[in-house]
Design a protein around this ligand. Structure first.
Ligand SMILES: Nc1ncnc2c1ncn2[C@@H]1O[C@H](COP(=O)(O)OP(=O)(O)OP(=O)(O)O)[C@@H](O)[C@H]1O
Ligand SMILES: [Mg+2]
Length: 326
Protein backbone atom coordinates (compact mmCIF):
# COMPACT_ATOMS: atom_id res chain seq x y z
CA UNK A 1 0.00 0.00 0.00
CA UNK A 2 1.40 3.36 -0.97
CA UNK A 3 1.19 6.24 1.41
CA UNK A 4 1.38 9.90 0.70
CA UNK A 5 2.84 11.96 3.53
CA UNK A 6 0.59 14.98 3.55
CA UNK A 7 3.26 17.38 4.82
CA UNK A 8 5.34 16.34 1.82
CA UNK A 9 2.53 17.18 -0.57
CA UNK A 10 2.30 20.75 0.53
CA UNK A 11 4.84 21.78 3.09
CA UNK A 12 6.21 25.10 4.14
CA UNK A 13 9.97 25.26 3.67
CA UNK A 14 12.48 27.86 4.79
CA UNK A 15 12.79 30.49 2.06
CA UNK A 16 16.48 29.74 1.56
CA UNK A 17 15.77 26.06 0.86
CA UNK A 18 13.32 26.98 -1.88
CA UNK A 19 15.89 29.27 -3.44
CA UNK A 20 18.60 26.59 -3.35
CA UNK A 21 16.50 24.38 -5.59
CA UNK A 22 16.00 27.28 -7.96
CA UNK A 23 12.32 27.49 -7.10
CA UNK A 24 10.59 30.77 -6.60
CA UNK A 25 7.94 31.44 -4.00
CA UNK A 26 5.16 32.93 -6.05
CA UNK A 27 3.24 35.79 -4.46
CA UNK A 28 -0.48 35.32 -3.98
CA UNK A 29 -2.69 38.19 -5.02
CA UNK A 30 -3.12 40.44 -2.02
CA UNK A 31 -6.60 40.68 -0.58
CA UNK A 32 -6.90 44.31 -1.63
CA UNK A 33 -5.37 44.10 -5.08
CA UNK A 34 -7.03 41.00 -6.54
CA UNK A 35 -4.78 39.25 -9.09
CA UNK A 36 -1.12 40.24 -8.68
CA UNK A 37 0.33 42.08 -11.66
CA UNK A 38 4.02 42.19 -12.56
CA UNK A 39 5.53 45.62 -11.89
CA UNK A 40 7.38 45.74 -15.18
CA UNK A 41 7.61 43.56 -18.26
CA UNK A 42 11.10 42.82 -19.50
CA UNK A 43 11.51 42.05 -23.19
CA UNK A 44 14.59 39.97 -24.11
CA UNK A 45 17.02 41.73 -26.48
CA UNK A 46 17.23 38.66 -28.74
CA UNK A 47 14.27 36.43 -29.62
CA UNK A 48 14.09 33.50 -27.20
CA UNK A 49 15.13 30.19 -28.70
CA UNK A 50 12.14 27.94 -29.21
CA UNK A 51 12.79 24.23 -29.34
CA UNK A 52 10.86 22.80 -32.25
CA UNK A 53 11.79 19.29 -31.22
CA UNK A 54 8.48 17.56 -30.73
CA UNK A 55 7.74 16.01 -27.39
CA UNK A 56 6.27 12.53 -27.34
CA UNK A 57 2.50 12.30 -27.76
CA UNK A 58 0.75 9.66 -25.65
CA UNK A 59 -2.50 8.19 -26.95
CA UNK A 60 -5.37 8.76 -24.51
CA UNK A 61 -6.58 5.19 -25.16
CA UNK A 62 -10.22 5.91 -24.28
CA UNK A 63 -12.22 4.20 -27.03
CA UNK A 64 -11.90 6.29 -30.25
CA UNK A 65 -10.99 9.51 -28.45
CA UNK A 66 -7.58 9.73 -30.15
CA UNK A 67 -9.26 9.94 -33.56
CA UNK A 68 -10.69 13.31 -32.46
CA UNK A 69 -7.16 14.74 -32.13
CA UNK A 70 -5.01 15.53 -35.14
CA UNK A 71 -1.82 14.36 -33.41
CA UNK A 72 -3.52 11.18 -32.21
CA UNK A 73 -2.72 11.81 -28.55
CA UNK A 74 -1.68 14.35 -25.93
CA UNK A 75 1.76 15.86 -25.64
CA UNK A 76 3.68 14.86 -22.54
CA UNK A 77 3.75 17.58 -19.88
CA UNK A 78 0.18 18.65 -20.68
CA UNK A 79 -2.63 18.80 -18.14
CA UNK A 80 -6.22 18.41 -19.31
CA UNK A 81 -9.34 19.35 -17.41
CA UNK A 82 -12.07 16.71 -17.63
CA UNK A 83 -15.26 18.59 -16.76
CA UNK A 84 -18.85 17.45 -16.58
CA UNK A 85 -21.96 16.99 -14.48
CA UNK A 86 -22.40 14.24 -11.90
CA UNK A 87 -22.35 10.71 -13.26
CA UNK A 88 -21.20 11.74 -16.74
CA UNK A 89 -18.23 9.35 -16.54
CA UNK A 90 -15.35 11.67 -15.59
CA UNK A 91 -13.69 9.15 -13.28
CA UNK A 92 -14.31 6.37 -15.79
CA UNK A 93 -12.71 8.40 -18.61
CA UNK A 94 -9.61 9.16 -16.54
CA UNK A 95 -9.25 5.63 -15.14
CA UNK A 96 -9.80 4.09 -18.59
CA UNK A 97 -6.87 6.13 -19.90
CA UNK A 98 -4.63 5.08 -17.00
CA UNK A 99 -5.74 1.45 -17.11
CA UNK A 100 -5.20 0.93 -20.84
CA UNK A 101 -1.89 2.75 -20.42
CA UNK A 102 -0.63 0.41 -17.70
CA UNK A 103 -1.77 -2.53 -19.81
CA UNK A 104 0.71 -1.24 -22.43
CA UNK A 105 3.52 -1.00 -19.86
CA UNK A 106 3.09 2.66 -18.82
CA UNK A 107 2.94 3.87 -15.25
CA UNK A 108 -0.07 5.65 -13.80
CA UNK A 109 -1.01 7.49 -10.61
CA UNK A 110 -4.58 8.15 -9.53
CA UNK A 111 -4.93 10.77 -6.80
CA UNK A 112 -8.39 10.55 -5.28
CA UNK A 113 -9.83 13.32 -3.13
CA UNK A 114 -13.28 11.71 -3.12
CA UNK A 115 -13.46 7.95 -3.30
CA UNK A 116 -11.49 5.70 -0.95
CA UNK A 117 -9.03 3.46 -2.80
CA UNK A 118 -10.86 0.24 -1.82
CA UNK A 119 -14.11 1.58 -3.25
CA UNK A 120 -12.42 2.74 -6.43
CA UNK A 121 -10.86 -0.70 -6.98
CA UNK A 122 -14.20 -2.40 -6.42
CA UNK A 123 -16.22 -0.06 -8.66
CA UNK A 124 -13.78 -0.34 -11.55
CA UNK A 125 -13.71 -4.14 -11.26
CA UNK A 126 -17.47 -4.58 -10.91
CA UNK A 127 -18.45 -1.96 -13.53
CA UNK A 128 -15.82 -2.53 -16.19
CA UNK A 129 -13.80 -5.62 -15.20
CA UNK A 130 -10.61 -3.56 -14.72
CA UNK A 131 -8.28 -5.27 -12.26
CA UNK A 132 -6.44 -2.31 -10.76
CA UNK A 133 -4.90 -4.33 -7.96
CA UNK A 134 -3.01 -6.52 -10.44
CA UNK A 135 -1.08 -3.49 -11.72
CA UNK A 136 -0.67 -2.01 -8.24
CA UNK A 137 1.10 -5.23 -7.20
CA UNK A 138 3.35 -4.98 -10.27
CA UNK A 139 4.28 -1.43 -9.21
CA UNK A 140 2.91 0.23 -12.37
CA UNK A 141 -0.17 1.76 -10.81
CA UNK A 142 -0.57 3.77 -7.62
CA UNK A 143 -3.96 4.70 -6.20
CA UNK A 144 -3.63 7.36 -3.54
CA UNK A 145 -6.44 8.71 -1.39
CA UNK A 146 -5.77 12.21 -0.12
CA UNK A 147 -7.76 14.02 2.54
CA UNK A 148 -8.65 17.40 0.99
CA UNK A 149 -9.43 18.87 4.42
CA UNK A 150 -5.95 18.02 5.69
CA UNK A 151 -4.49 19.70 2.62
CA UNK A 152 -6.63 22.80 3.10
CA UNK A 153 -5.57 23.02 6.76
CA UNK A 154 -1.95 22.45 5.84
CA UNK A 155 -2.10 25.23 3.24
CA UNK A 156 -3.69 27.57 5.71
CA UNK A 157 -1.00 26.82 8.25
CA UNK A 158 1.76 27.38 5.73
CA UNK A 159 0.49 30.68 4.38
CA UNK A 160 2.43 33.58 5.71
CA UNK A 161 1.69 37.20 5.28
CA UNK A 162 4.66 39.26 4.10
CA UNK A 163 4.53 42.87 2.91
CA UNK A 164 0.83 42.49 2.21
CA UNK A 165 1.40 39.43 0.00
CA UNK A 166 0.70 35.85 0.87
CA UNK A 167 3.61 33.49 0.26
CA UNK A 168 3.52 29.69 0.07
CA UNK A 169 6.09 27.11 -0.90
CA UNK A 170 5.02 23.70 -2.11
CA UNK A 171 6.94 20.44 -1.84
CA UNK A 172 7.00 17.86 -4.62
CA UNK A 173 4.15 15.38 -4.82
CA UNK A 174 5.51 12.29 -3.13
CA UNK A 175 4.66 9.49 -5.56
CA UNK A 176 6.52 6.19 -5.86
CA UNK A 177 7.69 6.35 -9.51
CA UNK A 178 7.92 8.64 -12.52
CA UNK A 179 4.43 8.43 -13.99
CA UNK A 180 3.28 8.52 -17.61
CA UNK A 181 -0.21 9.58 -16.54
CA UNK A 182 -1.58 11.27 -13.45
CA UNK A 183 -5.23 11.79 -12.54
CA UNK A 184 -6.51 14.21 -9.89
CA UNK A 185 -10.11 13.32 -8.92
CA UNK A 186 -11.43 15.87 -8.24
CA UNK A 187 -10.61 19.55 -7.94
CA UNK A 188 -14.22 20.12 -6.90
CA UNK A 189 -13.78 18.00 -3.76
CA UNK A 190 -10.56 19.85 -3.03
CA UNK A 191 -12.12 23.28 -3.46
CA UNK A 192 -14.98 22.44 -1.07
CA UNK A 193 -12.40 21.64 1.60
CA UNK A 194 -10.99 25.16 1.34
CA UNK A 195 -14.36 26.36 2.62
CA UNK A 196 -14.58 29.61 0.75
CA UNK A 197 -10.92 30.55 1.00
CA UNK A 198 -10.65 31.10 -2.73
CA UNK A 199 -7.21 32.71 -2.61
CA UNK A 200 -5.61 29.72 -0.87
CA UNK A 201 -7.35 27.28 -3.18
CA UNK A 202 -6.34 29.10 -6.35
CA UNK A 203 -2.82 29.37 -5.09
CA UNK A 204 -2.67 25.68 -4.23
CA UNK A 205 -3.94 24.52 -7.60
CA UNK A 206 -1.55 26.82 -9.47
CA UNK A 207 1.27 25.03 -7.71
CA UNK A 208 -0.37 21.67 -8.25
CA UNK A 209 -0.52 22.34 -12.00
CA UNK A 210 3.14 23.41 -11.99
CA UNK A 211 4.11 20.21 -10.17
CA UNK A 212 2.11 18.10 -12.61
CA UNK A 213 3.95 19.80 -15.51
CA UNK A 214 7.26 18.65 -14.05
CA UNK A 215 6.36 14.95 -14.30
CA UNK A 216 6.38 15.13 -18.12
CA UNK A 217 3.32 12.92 -17.96
CA UNK A 218 -0.14 13.37 -19.47
CA UNK A 219 -2.40 14.55 -16.65
CA UNK A 220 -6.16 14.67 -16.20
CA UNK A 221 -7.70 16.85 -13.52
CA UNK A 222 -11.40 16.32 -12.93
CA UNK A 223 -13.94 19.04 -12.28
CA UNK A 224 -17.62 18.61 -11.50
CA UNK A 225 -19.91 21.12 -13.20
CA UNK A 226 -23.55 21.72 -14.00
CA UNK A 227 -25.00 19.30 -16.57
CA UNK A 228 -24.78 21.97 -19.29
CA UNK A 229 -21.94 24.08 -18.01
CA UNK A 230 -21.00 27.64 -18.88
CA UNK A 231 -18.16 27.54 -16.37
CA UNK A 232 -15.99 24.43 -16.23
CA UNK A 233 -14.69 24.63 -12.67
CA UNK A 234 -15.59 26.06 -9.29
CA UNK A 235 -13.10 28.89 -9.13
CA UNK A 236 -13.23 29.48 -12.88
CA UNK A 237 -9.47 29.48 -13.39
CA UNK A 238 -8.80 25.75 -13.76
CA UNK A 239 -9.75 25.86 -17.45
CA UNK A 240 -7.22 28.62 -18.02
CA UNK A 241 -4.49 26.74 -16.19
CA UNK A 242 -5.19 23.60 -18.21
CA UNK A 243 -3.63 22.84 -21.59
CA UNK A 244 -6.88 21.29 -22.72
CA UNK A 245 -10.50 20.97 -21.68
CA UNK A 246 -12.68 17.92 -22.34
CA UNK A 247 -16.35 18.33 -21.43
CA UNK A 248 -18.68 15.38 -20.81
CA UNK A 249 -22.39 16.13 -21.20
CA UNK A 250 -25.51 14.17 -20.27
CA UNK A 251 -28.08 16.34 -22.00
CA UNK A 252 -31.81 15.98 -21.60
CA UNK A 253 -33.88 15.62 -24.72
CA UNK A 254 -37.54 15.25 -23.90
CA UNK A 255 -37.84 12.27 -21.60
CA UNK A 256 -34.35 10.88 -22.15
CA UNK A 257 -30.76 11.96 -21.81
CA UNK A 258 -28.01 11.71 -24.39
CA UNK A 259 -24.33 11.52 -23.55
CA UNK A 260 -21.90 13.53 -25.69
CA UNK A 261 -18.36 14.82 -25.24
CA UNK A 262 -16.48 17.76 -26.61
CA UNK A 263 -12.84 18.74 -26.85
CA UNK A 264 -13.28 22.40 -25.97
CA UNK A 265 -9.65 23.38 -26.24
CA UNK A 266 -6.33 21.68 -26.79
CA UNK A 267 -3.11 23.62 -26.94
CA UNK A 268 -0.99 20.76 -28.29
CA UNK A 269 -3.00 19.81 -31.38
CA UNK A 270 -5.88 20.62 -33.68
CA UNK A 271 -8.99 18.62 -32.86
CA UNK A 272 -12.60 17.93 -33.76
CA UNK A 273 -14.77 20.78 -32.51
CA UNK A 274 -18.21 19.24 -32.45
CA UNK A 275 -20.10 17.22 -29.86
CA UNK A 276 -19.41 13.52 -30.22
CA UNK A 277 -21.85 10.98 -28.75
CA UNK A 278 -20.62 8.36 -26.29
CA UNK A 279 -22.09 5.74 -24.04
CA UNK A 280 -20.97 3.99 -20.86
CA UNK A 281 -21.00 0.22 -21.10
CA UNK A 282 -19.34 -2.69 -19.31
CA UNK A 283 -16.19 -1.78 -21.31
CA UNK A 284 -16.11 1.80 -19.99
CA UNK A 285 -16.59 4.81 -22.24
CA UNK A 286 -17.46 3.98 -25.85
CA UNK A 287 -17.18 6.88 -28.28
CA UNK A 288 -19.30 6.84 -31.42
CA UNK A 289 -17.35 8.61 -34.12
CA UNK A 290 -17.51 8.40 -37.86
CA UNK A 291 -14.52 7.39 -39.94
CA UNK A 292 -12.64 10.44 -41.18
CA UNK A 293 -14.15 12.79 -38.58
CA UNK A 294 -10.76 14.44 -38.04
CA UNK A 295 -10.14 14.90 -41.80
CA UNK A 296 -13.56 16.48 -42.08
CA UNK A 297 -12.72 18.87 -39.21
CA UNK A 298 -9.38 19.80 -40.75
CA UNK A 299 -10.92 20.53 -44.17
CA UNK A 300 -13.52 22.75 -42.50
CA UNK A 301 -10.72 24.65 -40.77
CA UNK A 302 -9.28 25.57 -44.19
CA UNK A 303 -12.29 27.72 -44.95
CA UNK A 304 -13.39 29.01 -41.58
CA UNK A 305 -11.70 29.69 -38.27
CA UNK A 306 -12.12 27.40 -35.29
CA UNK A 307 -15.35 27.73 -33.41
CA UNK A 308 -13.64 26.93 -30.13
CA UNK A 309 -13.39 29.71 -27.62
CA UNK A 310 -9.93 30.98 -26.76
CA UNK A 311 -9.19 30.20 -23.16
CA UNK A 312 -6.03 32.22 -22.65
CA UNK A 313 -2.79 31.00 -21.19
CA UNK A 314 -1.34 30.58 -17.72
CA UNK A 315 0.53 33.89 -17.97
CA UNK A 316 -2.61 35.86 -18.78
CA UNK A 317 -5.16 34.69 -16.27
CA UNK A 318 -8.39 36.60 -16.53
CA UNK A 319 -10.39 37.61 -13.52
CA UNK A 320 -12.24 34.45 -12.49
CA UNK A 321 -15.99 34.68 -13.02
CA UNK A 322 -16.80 33.51 -9.50
CA UNK A 323 -15.80 35.50 -6.48
CA UNK A 324 -16.33 32.71 -3.99
CA UNK A 325 -17.38 29.12 -3.80
CA UNK A 326 -21.03 28.23 -3.59
N1 LIG B 1 -21.18 -1.26 -16.47
C1 LIG B 1 -21.82 -0.11 -16.72
N2 LIG B 1 -22.69 -0.03 -17.75
C2 LIG B 1 -23.31 1.10 -18.05
N3 LIG B 1 -23.17 2.25 -17.37
C3 LIG B 1 -22.35 2.23 -16.32
C4 LIG B 1 -21.64 1.06 -15.94
N4 LIG B 1 -20.90 1.36 -14.88
C5 LIG B 1 -21.13 2.65 -14.58
N5 LIG B 1 -22.01 3.18 -15.45
C6 LIG B 1 -22.48 4.59 -15.51
O1 LIG B 1 -21.38 5.43 -15.19
C7 LIG B 1 -21.77 6.42 -14.27
C8 LIG B 1 -20.67 6.70 -13.28
O2 LIG B 1 -19.48 6.99 -13.95
P1 LIG B 1 -18.36 7.81 -13.18
O3 LIG B 1 -18.30 7.42 -11.75
O4 LIG B 1 -17.15 7.67 -13.99
O5 LIG B 1 -18.98 9.26 -13.34
P2 LIG B 1 -18.44 10.61 -12.66
O6 LIG B 1 -18.74 11.68 -13.63
O7 LIG B 1 -17.06 10.45 -12.20
O8 LIG B 1 -19.44 10.69 -11.42
P3 LIG B 1 -19.33 11.60 -10.11
O9 LIG B 1 -19.89 12.93 -10.50
O10 LIG B 1 -20.18 10.89 -9.13
O11 LIG B 1 -17.90 11.67 -9.70
C9 LIG B 1 -22.93 5.84 -13.52
O12 LIG B 1 -23.79 6.88 -13.11
C10 LIG B 1 -23.58 4.93 -14.54
O13 LIG B 1 -24.55 5.68 -15.24
MG1 LIG C 1 -16.18 10.62 -10.26
Amino acid sequence: MFKLGLPKLFKKKPKSAAKEKGKKAVPLPSKKQGMAKPESVSVPAAPPSISLKEKEFLPVRVSKFDSLIEKGGIERGNTLLVAGGCGTGKSTFAMQSIYHGVEKGEKGVYLSFEEPVEKLRRHMKVNYGWDLYKYEKQGNLALLMLDPFKIARSVEASVMEKNGELMVDVEQLDIPFVPDRVVVDSLSALSIAFMGNVENYRYYIRHLFEKLDEFNSVNFVISETEMDPGVYSRSGIEEFLSDGVIVLYNLREGKKRERALEVLKLRCSDHVKKLVPYSITKYGITIKTTKGIMLEALSQNLVKSSGSKHHGSRSELPKPPLEGFP
